[in-house]
Design a protein around this ligand. Structure first.
Ligand code: NCD
Length: 337
């Protein structure tokens, strides 16, 4: 895969060598992301961070990743504050914004919208999530996290046993992650969801065609019992035709310390793309797991910065220059990493 100048629209663009290259550069970003060193390699460059759907960590971590490389960020965070609300097409918006920026990250609720936008953009575009379709940077940071967590347990991604839990139908992070994991060998997928929210047949076919085992279940307790990784997800309420319909699936699968202790092997890793829905009637991932050392959710969010810095550096062809302008930070840095 040639990163330079490329759009990142789907994880289908990646092979294992490309993933390894992203992870190698992500590792090199650690001193910058961890506030030990500063680099100015993207000084003067502008990121258009276009989020037409709610986002906290994806939007802010893309922005921070660009800032940490020395660039400036311009942001649009709602349809109603952009000219799309006046009927402007993705084509026109992309033509215009690509004249103002060196790269664009875009999130929008319509599947395929980011592809359409990218086809008119004159600068590289990264898909920050298009409806229930894909979320490539999330899947890369999830896989990066899985790899690190498994390495800490003396294992790799090949042979991984993963249980994906919750709304697998609308969850774009799940879709992209399943595709990436399919590039590895002999992964065992346990798909735990209400029947109506099961992973789409096209994704299951892809996984099976790649030689992996897939088990579907509506019973969380048995489904999580032989997994290395639990990947818990939120019901994607905003994708349902009505709130009433979404409410039917609230609270059906809840992971808490008791369920974990009773059913999981010791050291089973707990992941979630976040946000977790912490309202009482949902609560798919309980706060009582917060002190469990196997809870990797905040390691995932930290890793997101490294991965996004790596994507920017590779696409703009500065991965080998990051250290040229590096210096130590000269402010007090809290010990948070
Ligand atoms: C996910 C998303 O937006 O698809 N969040 C994220 O980007 N970390 C998952 C979700 O919203 O449930």
């Amino acid at each position: 895969m040639d990163f330079v100048g490329s759009h990142i629209l789907s994880v289908s663009q990646f092979d294992r060598a490309a993933i390894e290259r992203v992870f190698e550069v992500a590792d090199e970003m650690q001193p910058f992301a961890n506030r030990q060193k500063v680099t100015r390699v993207l000084e003067g460059a502008i990121l258009g961070n276009m989020f037409f759907e709610p986002s906290t960590r994806t939007r802010v971590s893309f922005g921070c990743a660009w800032n940490l490389l020395g660039g400036e960020v311009r942001e649009t965070t709602e349809v109603k504050t952009s000219a799309i609300a006046k009927g402007e097409s993705f084509y026109d918006t992309a033509r215009v914004l690509s004249g103002y920026s060196d790269m664009i990250v875009m999130r929008h609720q319509i599947e395929g919208s980011v592809d359409e936008f990218a086809s008119a953009s004159r600068v590289p575009v990264i898909n920050g999530g298009d409806g229930s379709n894909e979320h490539p940077s999330q899947a890369l940071l999830d896989l990066y996290t899985i790899k690190k967590e498994m390495a800490g347990r003396g294992k790799g991604v090949d042979g991984l046993r993963i249980a994906l839990i919750g709304d697998l139908r609308y969850g774009r992070a799940v879709h992209s992650l399943c595709r990436l994991l399919s590039l590895y060998d002999k992964v065992h997928f346990t798909l735990i969801s209400p029947e109506e929210l099961g992973l789409g047949a096209e994704y299951i076919d892809e996984i099976r065609m790649a030689g992996h085992e897939v088990v579907q279940s509506t019973d969380m307790a048995t489904g999580i019992s032989h997994a290395d990784i639990l990947y818990v997800t939120r019901t994607q309420e905003e994708r349902f035709p009505t709130q009433e319909e979404a409410d039917r699936y609230k609270g059906l699968f809840r992971l808490n310390q008791t369920v974990y202790t009773e059913n999981c092997e010791p050291n089973t890793v707990i992941m979630h793309p976040l946000p977790r829905d912490s309202r009482g009637d949902a609560n798919e991932l309980d706060n009582d797991l917060n002190e469990n050392p196997n809870l990797a959710i905040f390691r995932q969010t930290d890793n997101g910065v490294h991965i996004r810095m790596a994507l920017f550096a590779l696409i703009l062809d500065v991965a080998d220059q990051v250290n040229q302008t590096a210096r130590d930070v000269n402010w007090y840095t809290a010990k948070r990493f």
